[in-house]
Design a protein around this ligand. Structure first.
Ligand SMILES: C[S@@+](CC[C@H](N)C(=O)[O-])C[C@H]1O[C@@H](n2cnc3c(N)ncnc32)[C@H](O)[C@@H]1O
Length: 420
């Protein structure tokens, strides 16, 4: 893969393992030509406006890398000689430091720190002392860093520039987190896996509920998607500091307005922890969706759907949640009761809703008494997790056992990103 001209980029959109088909579907919906799905990402060719649109609109990707160059690097001399030929100024804004995330396989050069030092010297920029920032979303006040990913394989060095900068899961609106927050990209993957609408039909209601909302990640992602807004409105990206940044193209990519003729989503969220509820409200305010959320401080046993009749055939109604999972079997007693209560509340009050729950332990999930199928298998914080889903609650065995193709129902809505 190499850059084919000034406006075509060979890219790798990066995601968590297991999420690739969902990311592939997102790229397809943007009209982007995908080359192949690889573990942890999708390779694609993007024109400049598509690169901008991908960063703005992709909900499940953590970053979008652009291939800068591939060259021989069998020795440090060869690495330095080839690195000196790179047009670094194209990727590094004036005054920025550089960081290189280096991996080496089957290659003579395997001292990743020394490789990064040589590349930094060739670039003429200072090597940043830190890598990625901590995993929260507070504003970064430190000096700008141009990030690169370097992969040596069989003495060939592939250098990629990170067009996203701050990882895409740093949404900007999620500055307050409660205990065990989900990565927003995983929340987005859960929603995509159940077919949460980004293009709802005006015919029906669109309803969402999360009784264990923590910092509100799922509810806010659901609100942004269902109203056709980008996942992190207003955030900036590394490509905006590149030498060939086209402000007019960016303006046209961001000019797409959100829908106002679709149904207003009805979103209820709750948590028994008052701090979590405060975080949800504050985060929703920053995301601009506060008026779409009804948030309460209550235990799951008091949780109820939005007022109105049970969902009909034209309605979309999902409980998508991430209950506490604990880490150890010996804490399973309390959690079994909690899961049983959750299942009982679903059966008694959420008739014809569908349920999706992210769990680490399928046996624990069985205490809900709900008929559950797999919709997604991935990782969260290095732990294996699975998204389990039901059919409509109250129908036979919680509805027909059907499994949607991941990503299949996700499609661009009117007014949201157009294929570019
Ligand atoms: C894994 S966290 C959810 C994290 C959330 N998805 C986020 O991104 O921030 C589980 C949440 O369940 C809440 N919780 C635990 N027991 C509860 C109960 N009985 N009723 C309601 N909420 C409860 C905890 O306070 C915690 O915020």
């Amino acid at each position: 893969m190499s850059r084919t001209d000034r406006t075509d980029f060979d890219t790798l959109a990066v995601c968590a393992p297991g999420v690739e088909p969902l990311l592939d579907a997102e790229l397809a919906a943007l009209g982007i030509r995908r080359r192949r799905v690889v573990r942890g990402g999708v390779e694609a060719v993007m024109r400049q406006r598509q690169l901008y649109a991908a960063n703005l609109w992709l909900r499940t990707a953590t970053r979008v890398l652009v291939r800068v160059e591939t060259f021989g690097a069998g020795t440090f001399h060869e690495l330095e000689r080839n690195a000196a030929l790179i047009d670094w100024q194209r990727w590094i804004p004036a005054g920025a430091a550089v960081s290189f995330r280096v991996t080496s396989h089957r290659s003579r050069l395997d001292h990743t720190v020394a490789i990064a030092e040589r590349l930094a010297a060739a670039s003429g920029a200072e090597l940043a002392t830190t890598g990625d920032r901590r995993d929260d979303e507070s504003p970064d006040d430190s000096a700008p860093v141009a990030r690169f990913v370097v992969r040596l394989d069989r003495n060939q060095c592939t250098l990629s520039a990170d067009s996203s900068g701050e990882p895409l899961h740093h949404r900007g609106w999620r500055r307050q987190v409660a205990k065990a927050p989900l990565r927003p990209t995983l929340a987005a993957a859960m929603l995509a896996a159940v077919g949460w609408p980004t293009n709802p039909s005006p015919a029906g209601r669109v309803m969402f509920a999360d009784p264990f909302c923590g910092s509100g990640t799922l509810a806010i992602e659901a609100a942004l998607a269902a109203t056709g807004q980008p996942p992190s409105p207003g955030r900036t990206f590394a490509f905006m500091d590149w030498a060939d940044f086209a402000a007019g193209t960016w303006a046209s990519v961001t000019a797409v307005s959100s829908l106002d003729d679709g149904p207003v989503p009805l979103i209820v969220a709750a948590d028994r922890d008052a701090g979590a509820v405060a975080a949800t409200v504050a985060n929703a305010g920053r995301a601009g969706v506060a008026e779409l959320l009804s948030v309460t401080c209550a235990s799951v046993s008091a949780f109820a759907p939005p007022p109105g009749p049970p969902p009909g055939p034209d309605d979309v109604a999902w409980v998508v949640t991430n209950p506490p999972w604990g880490g150890r079997l010996d804490s399973g007693g309390d959690l079994r009761d909690l899961y049983a209560t959750f299942g009982q509340v679903m059966r008694e009050r959420f008739t014809r809703w569908r349920v999706a729950m992210l769990v680490t332990d399928r046996h624990l999930a069985a205490h809900t008494g709900l008929g559950l199928d797999h919709a997604l298998v991935t990782t969260s914080g290095g732990i294996g997790v699975q998204l389990l889903v039901t059919g409509p609650i109250g129908e036979k065995r919680d509805g027909p056992r059907r499994r949607r193709a991941p990503g299949g129902p996700t499609r661009p809505r009117r007014g949201s990103p157009k294929p570019t």
